[in-house]
Design a protein around this ligand. Structure first.
Ligand SMILES: Cc1ncc(COP(=O)(O)O)c(C=O)c1O
Length: 391
């Protein structure tokens, strides 16, 4: 039995141990199909169907093990894993039945989530979406007369704004509005939104949960039942393969250790950047002069491994910095053990129009940095040398 501590749950929860074999770690059930009906008295049931496993698009034992481990870390009763974060987000949103009410979402979204809301969701469901900046959402009154759901990213991509879930969650609970939180940037180590009245938590497991930049996955966690979302996963087919699920659950065992290092490395780098004359602005909630410092204190257990900053010299200066780095790869994505840096205008927010970018605070001179677990002195030396190339 896993104990209560985060790392104990990360290592021990959800593991499938079969006394017949004496295996210590969860096996990979690389099976598309299973004997069905399975009338064996010792059969294992898929928690989502209450029946034996039948076909891996429905469910698979290795995937169930991963779902149980994630639920233990998120502190929720139920969870579903998907092939990607976008499969989780779209399957969740398409499962909601909000009647005639709209969704209120932050506009500061991962580019593909924004594209889904703007170009597909309303067309497919008839449900309207109003988009507001995170700062507006943090300070507005939200009425259930208009809205059936609120959607937000708890630390936004790439401007590192922090949503005040503690406050928004209370409003949503009192108004009976569903609150959906993408907590990818925080990870379940730094934040458990369900404890702040979020009805559904989503993650791109491609990032911190897996932590090794080598496989993709998506998660939904909730204390509500996830029957509709399970059904949507079957329909849309965003199910994860068992080999992929195995890799993610292996990565999750070190989530706590990795996040401690991500948190401390990012803080040291943010402090270094603040003092560098080639850096115009640093976005990191751990900094005392960040406008999100107090909100982060109420909403996060750690400030995370993601930071952004603006450099001198515009797009050219930012590109020069990026391609001068030696220990840090110039690549999109985030949350892996290795540091990555990218220019949001070239990658994650390349598809976002100029007007929306302005509202989100995404500029051409912005570098988004996913701070890895390398030795921080080496990272700072690399960053310092590369900044000096700007001139
Ligand atoms: C905050 C956030 N949510 C969702 C996603 C989508 O996840 P995936 O790429 O696993 O589909 C991303 C991807 O970068 C992201 O940054």
């Amino acid at each position: 039995m896993a104990g209560d501590g985060f790392n104990t749950r990360a290592v021990g929860s959800g593991e499938i141990k079969d006394e017949k074999y004496g295996n210590v770690v969860t096996p990979i059930f690389e099976n598309a199909t299973f004997i069905y009906p399975n009338n064996n008295s010792g059969r294992k049931e898929d928690t989502h169907t209450g029946d034996s496993y039948i076909y891996s698009r429905w469910g698979n034992p290795t995937v169930s093990a991963l779902e149980e481990k994630y639920a233990a870390l998120e502190g929720v009763k139920n969870s579903l894993v998907f092939s990607t974060g976008m499969a989780a987000i779209t399957s969740l949103m398409l499962s909601l039945d909000l009647g005639r009410k709209k969704v209120l979402s932050v506009i500061d979204l991962y580019g593909q989530t924004l594209s889904f809301f703007k170009n597909k969701f309303t067309r497919m469901t008839g449900t309207g979406v109003d988009l507001v900046p995170t700062d507006t959402l943090n300070n507005m009154t939200i009425s259930s007369k208009e809205y059936g759901a609120v959607y937000l990213e708890s630390i936004t991509n790439p401007s590192i704004k922090v949503a005040d879930i503690a406050k928004i969650g209370r409003i949503c609970r009192d108004e009976n509005i569903k609150l959906i939180v993408d907590a990818t940037f925080a990870s379940p180590f730094n934040q458990n939104p369900s404890g702040m009245n979020a009805d559904y938590v989503v993650h791109s497991g491609t990032k911190y949960l897996n932590g090794h930049s080598d496989t993709m996955s998506g998660f939904i966690g909730s204390n509500e039942d996830l029957n509709l979302q399970f059904d949507m996963r079957k329909n849309l087919g965003g199910s994860i393969d068992s080999l992929q699920a195995y890799l993610v659950q292996r990565g999750m065992k070190t989530l706590g250790l990795r996040m401690e290092r991500h948190n401390s490395n990012a803080m040291a780098i943010a402090e270094f950047l603040e003092e560098n004359s080639n850096v115009l602005e640093v976005f990191y909630p751990g900094l005392e002069d960040s406008p999100y410092h107090d909100i982060a204190g109420r909403n996060l257990k750690g400030n995370g491994g993601m930071l952004s900053f603006r450099v001198r010299g515009g797009l050219e200066g930012a590109r020069k910095f990026l391609f001068s780095l030696k220990h840090v790869s110039p690549a999109p994505s985030l949350g892996g053990v290795e540091s990555l840096a990218t220019l949001p205008v070239d990658t994650s927010h390349g598809s976002v129009n100029a007007e929306d970018r302005k509202i989100m605070g995404v500029t051409e001179d912005m570098v988004r940095f996913s701070v890895g677990i390398e030795d921080v002195d080496d990272l700072i030396e690399d960053i310092s040398n590369s900044l000096s190339q700007i001139g």
